[in-house]
Design a protein around this ligand. Sequence first.
Ligand SMILES: [Zn+2]
Length: 499
Amino acid sequence: MKILSKSLWWFCPLLLSIYPVLSLWSTNPDQVNSSQIFLPLLSNLLLSTLMFGAAGLLLRNLTTTSVFLSLVLFLAVGLGHFLESKTVIPVLAGFIVILFAVFYRTRTKNQEKLLSLLSVISFAICASSLLSGVRNFKATDVSFERDQQAERYSVKKATDDPNIIFIIPDGYAGDTTLREVYKYDNSDFRGFLEKKGFSLPESQSNYLMTLLSLGSALTMDYVKVPEEFIEKKTRAPMFTTIDRASALDYLRARGYKIINISSGWGPTDYLDSADINFVCGQYDEFFIKAAPLSPLVFVKKWLPLLNPKGSISACALKKAAEIPKKYGERIDGKPYFVFVHVISPHAPYFLDKNCNSIVTSELKFDGDAWDQKDLYLGQLECTNKLLKDIVTSWTAPSTIPSAIVILSDHGSAVGGADITTPGEAQDFYLRQRFDNFAAFRFPKAEEIKSLTPVNVFPILYNHLFGEKFPLKPKKLYFSTYERPYKFQDLTNEYSRPKQ
Ligand SMILES: [Zn+2]
């Protein structure tokens, strides 16, 4: 078999360097902006070129070097599917040594047939990835029905409309969980908030997943899933739903400028509908997963150091604190609403309690990352510190006092066992996961006793603007990552206090 001409020795390693990025894009075309693809692609190509150069110097044969590098790249991609990231590095290093020894001895042999075969396989996987990406991309423009009630309200602009900041610290556990599961006393932070005029309602999240919880809060309604989506896994409709959030329509109609501070994750990384999108950090979640040569995690370990601004979350929270100073009381004469979703205290753990970078942290987003309690609490304390800075700057004396909401999308998930099977482990998971954190501060001190996130914007608008948005009854829904829209109503079992 000789399909490729000798001069195409570069074809296979080139395709395999592109493949990790292509494959991640093809399965999440709705979550990735085209601008995010450039950097991981470039770093993969650069690393491949360097590896090719180094191996080429020793093997002294273009075809042999190409076969060697292609096999290394195949292994790098493949191993990540089967092994834990910690194990990938030594196993891959072992394979590289063995492969190199084999190819060093056989470097004068004709390897063209092998290279042709590898090139055909690489072409096939890249082409199928590209095709499925194009197909998925076409399917991204669907959104679930949105509650239109925001548009039904009389929107009267007032000259004293406050500036609003809405902060979502992802996975910030409720007080009960912090006390009982983490054995952590958060009263320093809670006391600080109370002194600053915050109301700390008892809260439970309506959904267990970020997308559903955010989508429901931002549309001021429970997620309405058409029949054909109930058995589907696609996140695409939630992305579109979040981007076209009806809660923000109300503010827009009231004359607010909408500012989004990039989270480095999914739909809140960039809100198409915002007037201003601040981007934080150079390395977002896509980069972390796709480059360089995913899953060569030893490079990823150093990402917090590569990013001079520290983690994206810390940068986003610092930016949020600077906004009142940067813009003053109005932007072009208009009040502003700042939306900040940060992947913190949620893993991966980049920061210790003093907000210094942790270089030894593994880049795990979920699973047993929740069991690393010290790391979680460290990042939680850093988040508290940065939130305090925001509160201090947003509550500085001003002729127009501002409103602040801090609301986590869901609680923690220590235990990490199979959560799909009913039993003790699932029960432990659900108690934590529904237990989220909420804090409100209105320009005039007011107390909110209990909250469930679907009502967060109606409560805010009723208090700030004297509207009469109806509040929804509290519902707690369970669904799995595999079937996010197949809801099981667990309100009776988990509502606190019992309904
Ligand atoms: Zn979340």
